[in-house]
Design a protein. Structure first.
Lengths: 178, 575
């Protein structure tokens, strides 16, 4: 009954620790170190690492870049939103705003793109489904990441950061073609 | 003159002012839990897509209120009661500056009411996180600020009481382990509240027009210094309560004072780095910062939890073996008092916190793995395993102890109290497991409609995601029933429970000697002696059953951890 009484030994820090605790601490520490090393190792050997490239921006500046891409590479329209097929390797843009992802992107499989993401208003959550890649989209920041879609098909982009009453209607699209 | 009474069942001393303050903090906390629980009905029945009971605006309002009342008001009010208990009662010391204590309490109360008023007016449905630039009404932020200031005052009353106890020499040697854990919680609370003040005060000024702009990314980093750290107050507090309950129910001694205190020290040093867990997929945050912070500097706070995970049940096993439950690895556990809700709630909490809350937390807090989990419903699943089956269930266990000891009432409907931890813990575990599953299918958190009704473009989740949300919701309803059982027992005991006079013999396992009726007098309590010495254990493993359980935890942890890396490897390459 010492958990709520002062330790039996006045110099409790000098009492030797039992073997069982020592063994467990050693095992746990090794596991902690393995988990810690997994993160830098994945940066070296893994393929899913978030880039740290980002720029401060404004809705107006970012919106202008999006519009430029849309006017150059528009190939169609879906539900009133342009479908854009930019060349492989180029800078591509998607913006989040109340309540849509704009525009729809059409990409080539196994090609790398520099995807820029930002918000025009509140915070949004870029959630690529069904792959389940999730990114925080913060207004004022142009987030850049290199993506390489490795399966063709139709992907949904849903918003998973609460952004008001129309949050659930915020669905976008990315098409990946062979 | 300070007045004390001694509880005839437990032998704990209660200073009159401290006792009143403990009672009001605990009761208001339970009221916050009641509000959160009622709101949970709306959340569960809306996210169960086939039922989908609330309209969108109402859902987001209800979810905001549920989060704040449960995560902030319930936990922190109850923790204030624990702090006063761990200082004044455990150290047999008068409460320092009771008036400041009351001032702190009333500030918290006013703040909590003000914030709730803002939420229920419907114009502050911004979720607990209130991410800028979405704006709530000014009194939403002001309420939180007042609450935080009040909590800070009560924390300093706690520190003051420690100083008084030390100066008036009310105890021998070092403070008890439970008090040490409470000090850990209090230190983390100071850090938490400071972070909250740094970000909420400017945000409040922004909401009334004195500040023109709050950077959304800066807000996230600092807000989570409060948002996550406040959950670390919970962890430190509920681990301290685990040790308390092990001592009270089993007469268990900590296996090693040094090891347990060292683990608490690791919490103080590293737990508050967890703000990073929320920033892992944000723009422009450096990789080194993320790796260092998200891992609590090489998982040292995880190490601390793994240590407590061994030493808390280990101390119980040692105590049980001494009583003769020595057969095999697990007789000590089979013969534990599973009908005593103080123990059963605490043990369910220990297991679910470790196996589900701890493991999922580390997995989703891994820098890269967060990519496939961030903002999915996996996240609330994780923190229901830490804050609900972890902290809340522990506080429920403590309530069953405090009803006779602090409130001097007989437990109302003891049969209900006996079943409550199983219903609540079981229902919540179902909810958690199926929400984890739905999260890995990409179901979003904080989302009104997984059918995306009215969206210009369609997206469909697989049918299994709907099934998981439905089964989870049934678990959630079961947990709400369990929560209602708790409230009926707790409130019923205070209103209708028979008043206890002399020793009721309910805690015979640890009350040293039969004591007289619980009356106040002004004589100073006897100095709290050091625990009686015991023969040192002679080598070997004292608690082999616990060690086996710890290894099971480790294997589960390792397997689940690498499964998630495998899953991550299957998504689009990105860099």
């Amino acid at each position: 009954m010492t958990s709520f009484m002062p330790p039996a030994d006045r110099h409790w820090w000098k009492v030797p620790v039992g073997r069982q605790e020592l063994v467990w601490i050693a095992i746990a520490l090794v596991w902690c170190i393995i988990m810690f090393l997994m993160m830098p190792l994945w940066h070296v050997y893994g393929k899913q690492n978030l880039s740290t490239e980002a720029y401060q921006t404004t809705p107006a500046k970012f919106g202008a870049k999006v519009d430029e891409m849309v006017s150059k590479y528009k190939v169609g329209e879906e539900a009133g939103i342009p479908i854009v097929a930019p060349p492989a390797g180029s800078d591509i843009y998607m913006l989040g705003r109340l309540w849509q992802w704009y525009p729809v992107l059409k990409l080539k499989k196994d090609q790398e793109y520099r995807l820029h993401l930002s918000s025009m208003d509140w915070q949004h959550g870029f959630s690529l489904q069904p792959d389940n890649i999730n990114l925080q989209i913060v207004p004022g920041y142009d987030m850049v990441l290199k993506i390489t879609p490795d399966r063709s098909g139709e992907y949904g982009v849903i918003c998973n950061e609460y952004c008001g009453i129309g949050h659930h209607t915020m669905v976008g699209k990315i098409y990946v073609e062979d | 003159m300070s007045e004390f009474r001694v509880c005839p069942d437990s032998g704990f001393y209660f200073h009159r002012s401290a006792e009143s303050l403990m009672k009001v903090n605990a009761v208001v906390g339970i009221v916050a839990l009641l509000i959160a629980g009622v709101l949970a009905i709306g959340v569960v029945l809306t996210r169960w897509q086939e039922v989908h009971i609330l309209p969108a605006d109402m859902f987001y309002m209800v979810l905001t209120g549920h989060g704040i009342n449960a995560l902030i008001f319930w936990c922190i009010f109850f923790e204030m009661a624990i702090l006063h208990f761990a200082s004044s009662t455990l150290l047999r010391c008068r409460l320092a500056t009771p008036r400041w204590g009351w001032a702190g309490f009333f500030l918290m109360l006013i703040g909590a009411i003000m914030n709730n008023v803002a939420v229920f007016s419907g114009k502050s449905s911004v979720m607990m996180t209130s991410y800028v630039p979405m704006q709530a009404e000014p009194h939403f932020y002001l309420g939180l600020i007042l609450f935080a200031v009040g909590a800070l005052i009560q924390v300093f009353v706690f520190f003051g009481t420690l100083v008084v106890a030390h100066q008036e020499k009310t105890y021998e040697g070092s403070v008890p382990l439970v008090t040490f854990g409470a000090i850990t919680a209090a230190i983390i609370a100071v850090f938490t509240i400071a972070s909250g003040a740094i970000i909420l005060i400017p945000t409040f000024l922004w909401s009334i027009g004195y500040v023109s702009h709050i950077d959304a990314e800066m807000y996230r980093v600092i807000w989570w210094g409060m948002g996550h750290s406040s959950q670390q107050i919970n962890v430190a507090a509920h681990v301290a309560v685990w040790y308390l309950i092990a001592g009270v129910v089993f007469g268990a001694r900590p296996m090693s004072e040094k090891v347990s205190r060292f683990a608490f020290l690791l919490y103080i040093l590293f737990l508050q780095l967890a703000s990073a867990h929320h920033i892992l997929v944000d723009p422009g945050i450096s990789t080194e910062w993320k790796i260092f912070n998200t891992s609590y500097a090489m998982y040292l706070a995880v190490l601390a939890s793994m240590i407590h995970g061994l030493t808390v049940p280990g101390s119980i096993e040692v105590a049980q073996r001494k009583k003769g439950f020595t057969k095999g690895l697990f007789e000590w556990l089979r013969k534990a008092p599973w009908g005593n809700p103080v123990f059963s709630a605490m043990f369910i909490s220990l297991v679910t916190f470790g196996f589900i809350g701890g493991i999922t937390g580390v997995v989703m807090g891994t820098e890269q793995i967060n990519l496939i989990i961030h903002n999915t419903i996996y996240v609330p699943a994780h923190f229901h395993a830490t804050v609900v089956t972890g902290t809340t269930l522990t506080f429920m266990a403590l309530t069953y102890l405090l009803i006779p000891v602090l409130f001097r009432r007989q437990t109302f409907l003891p049969w209900m109290a006996k079943w409550q931890p199983y219903v609540f813990g079981g229902g919540m575990t179902i909810l958690i497991l199926f929400m984890l599953g739905a999260g890995t299918m990409g179901v979003a958190r904080r989302h009104w409609d997984m059918d995306f009704a009215g969206a210009a473009m369609a997206f469909e989740y697989p049918a299994i995601a709907y099934t998981m949300m439905a089964v989870g919701a049934i678990g959630g309803l079961l947990a709400i029933v369990g929560g209602a059982m708790y409230l009926i027992v707790a409130v019923g005991s205070l209103l209708f429970g028979k008043k206890l006079e002399a020793s009721a013999g309910i805690l015979e396992s640890f009350a040293g000697k039969p004591l007289q009726a619980s009356v106040y007098d002004t004589s100073k309590p006897d100095v709290l002696p050091m625990a009686p010495k015991e023969e040192a254990h002679k080598g070997g493993f004292e608690a082999p059953g616990t060690f086996a359980l710890a290894l099971l935890l480790l294997v589960t942890f390792v397997v689940y951890y690498f499964i998630n890396w495998k899953y991550l490897a299957s998504v689009w390459p990105l860099g």
